[in-house]
Structure formats: C-alpha cells, structure tokens
Design a protein around this ligand. Structure first.
Ligand SMILES: Cc1cc2nc3c(=O)[nH]c(=O)nc-3n(C[C@H](O)[C@H](O)[C@H](O)COP(=O)(O)OP(=O)(O)OC[C@H]3O[C@@H](n4cnc5c(N)ncnc54)[C@H](O)[C@@H]3O)c2cc1C
Length: 329
C-alpha cells in the first residue's frame, strides 16, 4: 500500500466483484446472487446497461427517448427467453419493424429498461471506475478513484480493449485477447415533429456512411409526439471522425439522415451525437469467457461470442455457472 492509495471499503472480503453493469455483468451477478452469493457490481457509467443505453431528453414538447446503443435484440437460447419472460414489463416485441427471419425485441420504456429490471435487488454502485486490479494472497483488490475493495474473485466485463489497462498488458489473459477486435460507432439521435416524413421503420446500408437508420419512436411504449430517429455511421466513417467534437459530428450526420428520410436539418426539434469507441465486436474470441482459475479472475462480455445482447448474456451466465459448478467457496 502506498500513502496515495484510496481507503478500504468494508473490513470483510466480498465473495465476488463484477466490474461492468452491462448485460454480461448483470447476467453474471444475477445468477450468482440467485445462488446465494454476495456480489458487488461496480460501473463507471451513470446508468445501468452499458451499451444497452437509452438517452432520455426532456423538452418543451415532452420527454423523448433514444436507444443510442443496441437497437434491438433477438432471442435464440431458451434460457435467455425464460429470463426475458420473467420480466414482462421490461421487454416487448418491436412489431412495427415488420416480419423478419427473427423477431426483434426491445427494452421498455427504453432499451436500458431491460438491464435495469434485471439489476433490481442487486448491489450496483454507479459512477465508480475501477482503475486497477491487484492480486492479494487470496483473491483480488479492486482499486477505484476513491476506494479499494477486496474480493475472493473478480469478474471483469469491460470491452476487451479496456482489459489490459486494469490487469496489465503482460498478464496472460491480456495476451489471449490480442486477436479480439472491436470497431467504433458514431451515433446520431434526432427528433422531428410528429407526421414528418418517415419513409421506413429501419434501413440497413452496405455502402453509405450511415450503416443503420431506425425510427426509434415506432418501438413500443415510446412517446408519439415526435418522430425520433437513430442513425449509426459505418465503422470506417466512424474511425475517420471519431475524435471530432459532438457538434461537428451532428453537423456531418444530420444532413445525411435528412437526405435519407426526405426532410431538412432545420426542422429537427432535437439532435445530438454519441461516440462509442468500442461499439461492435468484429472479431470475437470464439469462446464464452476467459479465466485464470488459480487467481479466480474471469473475463467476459459480448466480445467473447459476438456483437449481440444475447451473446453478452451468454458470456456472463456462463461465467456464473462456472463459478457455481467448479468453485466451492
Ligand atoms: C451503436 C451500437 C449498436 C448496437 N446494436 C445492437 C443490436 O442492434 N443488437 C444487438 O444484439 N446488439 C447490439 N449492440 C451490441 C450490444 O449493445 C452489446 O453486445 C452488449 O450490450 C454488450 O454488453 P456487455 O455487458 O458485454 O458490455 P457493455 O454493455 O459495454 O458493458 C460494459 C460496462 O463496463 C463498464 N466499464 C468499463 N470500464 C469500466 C471500469 N474501468 N470500471 C467500471 N466500469 C467500467 C461500462 O460503463 C459498461 O457499463 C450494439 C452496440 C452499439 C454500441
């Protein structure tokens, strides 16, 4: 310990600390808690859900919501379906999106509503950034800006490129992450008066700068007084303008959106941009998680299996099952 080290929280060693309150971390903590384990979740963000994110905007016309991260999710695994069925008020089918090969689902009243409902009853500390993990004789010390926590095991569910900063570039698990790749995504949120041009519900493009455009206000339980759109730039375009300030990103993306939907930027009631530095997994690990069994350190997240909400849930759940089946204490 150095004199500049932050203070310890709690004299006792916790059973498990999960770092990251996105779908993977919440799924893991949920399963461990149901089995009677004592779990603390730390997240540096202000809200629960990570990339299952909803921006709530209060305006003179009412409250608008934009899902500026994950747009929808699909369901394949029966256990994922069963978990969703246990939270009927937090998830709904996005029927307006039309018949697809797989049903699209969204969180309600915004995408973040689902992870928030899953986190009900869990001990989540928001606005707490882990800055380092240090091995102890038994377990780990998690250092944050203000405190230090001790736990028998740590489950780290941050995006793969952010793992090395916490456990060190030379840690064997960091080296195993070298092949994983994640791409950024610049996202535009824009609202227009109700009954503005709305030629489609969602549009995917292979060629244009906007890879995805969706009319968010067609999702169930979203307000109808405005037509709310979310547009996502493709990875190359996002890389090119990643470091620009938000106003410049809006100035570039809003005219592109307006061209696509047949309106003009001056009619926008609201517009804002969000920069996802690690948005989409382009090269996943190919297995549900990584572990250092000796030190009880687990790494998980969507980057293990693919860029999907369900993949993140699978990863977090698989970690919990591994802990419960193979670790006795
Ligand atoms: C723009 C965009 C569009 C997408 N579209 C879809 C889609 O249509 N369908 C779909 O299925 N998926 C989509 N995804 C992917 C989906 O959102 C992710 O796969 C999933 O939400 C990832 O969950 P996770 O728990 O692995 O990671 P995250 O949600 O990223 O959670 C990680 C958490 O760790 C926290 N954290 C990071 N570092 C620290 C630290 N040092 N200390 C404390 N906390 C920390 C973060 O704040 C975050 O909350 C999209 C993602 C983006 C960004």
């Amino acid at each position: 310990m150095t004199s500049s080290d932050p203070a310890y929280i709690g004299a006792d060693m916790l059973d498990t600390i999960v770092i990251g309150a996105g779908m993977a971390g919440i799924a893991c903590a949920q399963a461990l808690t149901e089995a009677g384990r004592q779990v603390l979740i730390l997240d540096k963000g202000r809200g629960i859900g990570g990339r299952m994110a909803t921006r709530r905007v209060t305006s003179a016309w009412g409250t608008m919501r934009f899902d500026h991260g994950a747009q929808y999710f699909t369901v394949g695994h029966p256990a994922f379906a069963a978990m969703l069925a246990s939270l009927p008020g937090a998830v709904a089918a996005w029927d307006a999106a039309g018949q697809r090969d797989r049903q699209r689902y969204v969180g309600t009243p915004g995408m973040a509503g689902l992870p928030r409902a899953m986190a009900e009853g869990l001990d989540v500390r928001q606005g707490v950034e882990a800055t380092a993990l240090r091995p102890r004789a038994e377990g780990w010390e998690v250092v944050t800006l203000d405190h230090r926590f001790a736990a028998a095991r740590v489950v780290l569910t941050v995006p793969a490129p952010q793992v090395a900063a916490l456990i060190g570039v030379n840690h064997p698990l960091s080296l195993m992450l070298a092949a994983v790749e994640m791409a950024p995504c610049l996202t535009l949120m824009a609202a227009f008066p109700a009954h503005s041009p709305a030629p489609f519900i969602s549009l995917r493009s292979e060629n244009g700068p906007l890879a995805w455009i969706a009319q968010d206000s067609t999702k169930p339980t979203r307000p109808e007084f405005a037509t709310a759109w979310v547009a996502q730039a493709n990875p190359d375009w996002s890389v090119a303008y990643l470091e620009e300030d938000q106003d410049s990103i809006v100035a570039r993306m809003l005219p592109l959106l307006c061209d696509s939907i047949g309106t003009a930027p001056e009619y926008a009631l609201y517009s804002a941009a969000h920069r996802w530095r690690y948005a989409r997994v382009t090269v996943p690990l190919g297995r549900p998680f990584l572990q250092d069994a000796g030190s009880r350190l687990y790494l998980g997240g969507d980057w293990c299996l693919g860029p999907r909400v369900e993949a993140a849930w699978q990863s977090g759940t698989a970690i919990a099952h591994n802990i419960l089946e193979l670790e006795t204490v």
